[in-house]
Ligand binder design. Structure first.
Ligand code: MG
Length: 231
């Protein structure tokens, strides 16, 4: 592998599995509603609230990169229909967001971050709305670039360009690591980044897109590969 001077890391499904977290966060939101907005809780159990969010996402393609805005708009909609106060939007979102950042890391994540961060500047690069500082692993990273902050999501180049700028390192020296062939690998290539596909699930590479520079099954394998290259 060509010289790597920095690493950008996808978060959801790269550092932690996302679906268990979303399910816990939706349950935490529902618990909040049961306690503070019982009519909304009754009218919008978890599946109904999920449906509202999907409808909001469809109705607002301009918010495709901003899950926080989608979630708050869904709450506003639900409070409106139930007749309860939308002063609860922020505290309800906080209940969701606390659980959303209470992540359970993949078991290889911490030992790999120790080794990678010792040798490279690391930066988060996410379409999601996790707050790295609140997840407890922020100290490994020099920062985090999110679709919400940039205004466009992966695979589009601007979010990768913002990452390169934040690092102060040219794209060809940055290795982007992520689980999604389209969003992470193809997006990285389109922006001139190197790519590593983390395939934790034994997925088959989609034939229609250019393969990654590196395929790994764990982050520890990535640390090993990069240590070997520089040895
Ligand atoms: Mg991902």
């Amino acid at each position: 592998m060509h010289t790597v001077k920095a690493i950008s890391l996808d978060l959801d499904d790269t550092l932690w599995p996302i679906w268990p977290i979303i399910e816990r966060a939706e349950a935490a939101l529902h618990d909040f509603l049961l306690a503070h907005a019982p009519v909304t809780a009754e009218q919008f159990p978890v599946p109904a609230m999920r449906h509202v969010r999907e409808q909001i996402a469809q109705a607002h393609p301009e918010l495709a990169h901003d899950f926080t805005a989608q979630r708050k708009l869904s709450l506003q909609h639900a409070f409106h229909l139930s007749g309860e106060s939308d002063a609860l939007i922020e505290p309800a979102f906080d209940a969701f967001f606390r659980a959303r950042n209470d992540v359970t890391l993949y078991s290889d994540c911490l030992p790999a971050l120790d080794r990678l961060a010792a040798r490279f500047p690391l930066i988060g690069l996410t379409n999601g709305n996790a707050d790295l500082g609140r997840t407890g692993i922020g100290h490994y990273f020099i920062g985090c670039i999110s679709a919400r902050d940039v205004g466009t999501a992966k695979p589009h180049p601007p979010i990768f360009e913002a990452t390169s700028q934040a690092l102060g390192i040219a794209p060809q020296y940055i290795l982007h690591v992520g689980d999604d062939p389209w969003l992470d690998v193809q997006g990285a290539h389109d922006a001139g980044f190197r790519s590593a596909w983390i395939n934790r699930t034994g997925a088959v590479w989609p034939a229609e897109i250019m393969p990654p520079h590196l395929t790994i099954t764990t982050l520890l394998q990535l640390a090993e590969r990069l240590e070997k290259v520089s040895a």
